[in-house]
Design a protein around this ligand. Structure first.
Ligand SMILES: [Fe+2]
Length: 334
């Protein structure tokens, strides 16, 4: 299957990943986890919603939590576009391509266009959002991992090629990809608009579902401190994977599961990739260095468990190709 053609002048200008909207069953418990344990800033809280942001973010929110009685889901992944005109062009794009979409009134955001992307995931686009002071120099407020900004999301998708082609047409650049050994069959794609390795990742699996969302931290010690704080607050069991270093993206990482099972990654280090002639980096699926440059592979649960999207039925992947899990790795050591 072909890698996507580079689209330097897309039909509308997406600038970056913006926010994630999740439901939770106990808003107090979720706010305690994200605020008191991990260190996100609560911008606004009311009886059934909370809006959080990283310490360096001027935008009102990068994480929205809405209390709900039902199963915890992801309601939408948010992206920013450059101008209101780009929203109009996005609306025309949806019309031309017969993509389901609608304008939605959304608190603290300007005009917001909700649509279904090429993976079947619900996404929303806005050009403006209320702002608040950046707290990156309010060191007295740093806590837990001191998360600075939302950097990317990862989605499990049943058709990686379709997801990749959709975002490539919107100007997203492929920075790294995983293919089944000896083939160009895509197992995972790392796509970006903001000049570092990824705004959104699609990995092969039952989907679409939200696999995780990720915040940057200032320094390596903040990853360790987040783990220590989580342990001291009785949340050690919420640490799912790491710390470790990904081969892909070169990120030091640790993954947590929140009280509803939503997965969040804290990480640092990345590299810049802006020049259009930067070639994408290819990884074989069986090369375990792609997921961890050192350390043990992730558990099977890390690969297969994910958050459903509201109202979206997940389906089995077209490509049947399994990564090396901790369980298979250990079995092969016997
Ligand atoms: Fe990630």
């Amino acid at each position: 299957m072909p890698l996507p053609r580079l689209e330097l002048y897309p039909q509308f200008n997406v600038t970056r990943i913006s926010h994630v909207v999740l439901t939770c069953r106990d808003l107090d418990a979720s706010c305690a986890f994200y605020g008191d344990v991990l260190g996100l800033v609560v911008s606004r809280r009311d009886h059934d919603s909370a809006y959080l942001r990283g310490l360096e973010e001027a935008c009102h929110h990068s994480l929205v939590l809405r209390q709900s009685e039902g199963a915890a889901v992801c309601k939408a992944i948010g992206f920013r576009v450059l101008t209101d005109g780009d929203l109009d062009r996005a609306k025309e794009f949806c019309y031309r391509n017969n993509i389901r979409n609608e304008w939605r009134e959304t608190p603290y955001q300007g005009r917001t266009l909700h649509l279904i992307d090429g993976s079947g995931s619900p996404i929303e686009l806005c050009a403006t959002m209320e702002t608040l002071p950046r707290l990156m120099q309010s060191f007295d407020k740093f806590h837990g991992g001191s998360p600075q900004r939302l950097d990317h999301v990862q989605v499990t998708a049943f058709d990686i090629q379709a997801a990749c082609d959709f975002y490539a047409e919107l100007g997203f650049r492929l920075t790294e990809y995983t293919a089944r050994d000896g083939t160009d069959e895509l197992w995972g794609v790392w796509l970006q608009r903001k000049g570092n390795p990824h705004d959104i990742v699609f990995s092969n699996g039952r989907g679409p579902r939200l696999h995780h969302f990720a915040y940057t931290v200032p320094e390596v010690r903040d990853l360790i401190h987040a783990c220590d704080v989580a342990a001291s607050m009785g949340c050690a069991s919420r640490m799912e994977r790491g710390p470790g270093r990904h081969g892909i993206g070169n990120a030091l990482f640790v993954y947590f599961r929140d009280p509803d099972g939503h997965r969040i990654e804290l990480f640092n280090t990345h590299y810049q990739t802006i020049d259009p002639d930067d070639p994408p980096i290819r990884w074989d699926l069986t090369d375990t260095r792609r997921s961890q440059l050192w350390g043990l592979p992730a558990t099977r649960a890390w690969f297969v468990e994910a958050t459903p999207f509201e109202g979206v039925e997940a389906v089995e992947p077209l490509l049947q190709a399994d990564p090396v899990t901790l369980e298979t790795f250990l079995a092969n050591q016997m």
